[in-house]
Design a protein around this ligand. Structure first.
Ligand SMILES: [Zn+2]
Length: 313
């Protein structure tokens, strides 16, 4: 078992060192958003090896002047694709490492002891890294299908000194990456320029969708947390994406700043999973509309890939 005092001491580190906020959070006409990358250290992708991806992400984020992002790690992958070394490199680059479980399980309906043990196993692997933060990103953003399991997991995370590493903006970058791997395996060529355009468009569309919903229910734009994955698309196009976000007047902020927003303390009492905090808060307030952006849909993504001729013969 982990020591609670150790967790609490660790929890104070990055937050205490966070840079000054240049204006009160969430009060401007435009938005602010932090970057998070799930499922690190991911293995071989469609185009890049794991180490190549890590090189690219570190170089591009630094060139963009982004000093703090968070990688949510699945620790059963540490022994593969130079996973351990790659997490150390992210930490050495100043980035944060959060807990995304050891095996990426689904929450059970009742007894959560195995699920919590999986979180603790990941914790025991991650606590050695300089960038470790006791933040838990639920696999698949699934916080539990029953009130019993949801509440038991929440109590366990509290007792471990963890906070919920929630997202406000869900994306389907994982699906686009999956299609790229399938097409690559089938020997199809890729139009990288057009693929990058789709990636940026889809994610910007999701940011606008969840921000509009937030403005509707909260009457303000909160400090956002964007869900990306540590995949090849992030490594290839994070610079294009950040340029798009900034060109719209938005700022990239650190995750530490984003989790200071008051929505961090607004824990929704609904069984609304997979789409992040804004949608859960909206459902709690009786929102009946769509819970995801239209680009978070397999048929839509496939139709765009075909229409734009992303994959050649
Ligand atoms: Zn995941």
């Amino acid at each position: 078992m982990i020591s609670l005092s150790l967790v609490i001491i660790t929890a104070m580190g990055p937050a205490a060192e966070a840079s000054a906020v240049d204006r009160p959070p969430g009060t401007g006409a435009v938005g602010r958003i932090a970057l998070s990358f799930d499922d690190a250290p991911w293995g071989q992708g469609a185009f890049l090896t794991g180490p190549q991806r890590t090189d690219s992400l570190i170089d591009k984020l630094h060139d963009l002047g982004i000093n703090q992002v968070v990688f949510f790690c699945v620790t059963e992958r540490l022994g593969y694709h130079r996973g351990h070394e790659r997490l150390r490199r992210y930490a050495d680059a100043g980035f944060l490492l959060g807990n995304h479980s050891h095996t990426h399980p689904e929450p059970p309906a009742d007894n959560v002891s195995g699920y919590v043990a999986d979180i603790i196993e990941a914790h025991d692997s991650l606590k050695q890294f300089a960038g470790f933060v006791p933040w838990f990103r639920y696999p698949r953003l699934d916080e539990g299908r029953t009130r019993l399991s949801r509440d038991a997991i929440r109590v366990a995370l509290d007792s471990l000194g963890y906070r919920n590493g929630y997202v406000t903006v869900d994306t389907w970058d994982w699906f686009l990456a999956q299609r790229c791997r399938e097409m690559r395996r089938a020997g199809r060529s890729t139009n990288f320029e057009k693929l990058g355009e789709i990636y940026v468009e889809m994610i910007w569309g999701s940011i606008m969708f969840y921000d509009s919903l937030a403005r509707e229910i909260l009457h303000r734009s909160p400090d956002h947390v964007l869900l990306l994955h540590e995949n090849d698309l992030a490594a290839l196009y994070i610079d294009d994406l950040v340029r798009k976000i900034r060109s719209q007047g938005w700022s990239i902020i650190s995750p530490v700043e984003a989790y200071r927003d008051t929505i961090a303390a607004m824990v929704p009492d609904v069984l609304e999973n997979n789409q992040g905090r804004i949608v859960a808060l909206a459902r709690e307030r009786g929102y009946q509309g769509p819970g995801r952006h239209h680009a978070e849909n397999a048929a839509y993504v496939d139709s765009v890939l075909t229409a734009r001729g992303i994959f050649g013969p």
